[in-house]
Design a protein around this ligand. Structure first.
Ligand code: HEC
Length: 114
């Protein structure tokens, strides 16, 4: 009889733990979501020139990991991607991707720089 009574609190604690872990997991997944999405877009549009790890093909195509791009603010990076660099191979992406998507790509470039 005593053992049967124990089942109820153990069951309740179990449920609470499952809900708690679920919440933490969703929060973490959200935080990582931007860069993950950026990775997909990077794979579609940028990888051909800037290479899988952002190392580029110097001297023609700059690395996205080195000091120069690392020192740019997120806003400056956003502008480069959005407007491109006229007269070079770097195309503008403002018509291809939404602002949110370009922010995702910026997050992913920050991941590559780690
Ligand atoms: C066709 C090749 C090509 C593609 C595709 C391309 N880039 Fe570039 N990118 C370049 C070249 C070339 C430059 C150098 C422009 C210059 O001389 O300032 C550049 C420059 C940049 C810079 C500025 C670096 C600096 O030092 O000023 C960023 C940031 C960048 N690219 C990000 C991206 C992202 C993100 C994508 C995909 C959404 C992308 N590029 C797609 C060729 C490309």
């Amino acid at each position: 009889m005593k053992e049967r009574l124990l089942i109820i609190p153990v069951f309740i604690i179990g449920i609470v733990l499952i809900v708690f872990c679920g919440t933490i997991f969703t929060t973490l997944a959200d935080a990582a979501g931007n860069a993950q999405n950026g990775k997909v877009l990077y794979g579609k549009s940028c990888v051909g020139c800037h290479r899988p790890k952002g190392e580029g093909m110097p001297p023609m195509i700059p690395s996205l990991r080195d000091g120069r791009v690392k020192q740019m603010t997120d806003g400056q990076l956003f502008q480069k991607i959005s407007k491109g660099v006229p007269g070079t191979g770097m195309p503008p992406y403002a018509d291809t991707y939404s602002e949110d998507q370009i922010h995702d790509i910026v997050s992913y470039i920050r991941e590559l720089q780690k």
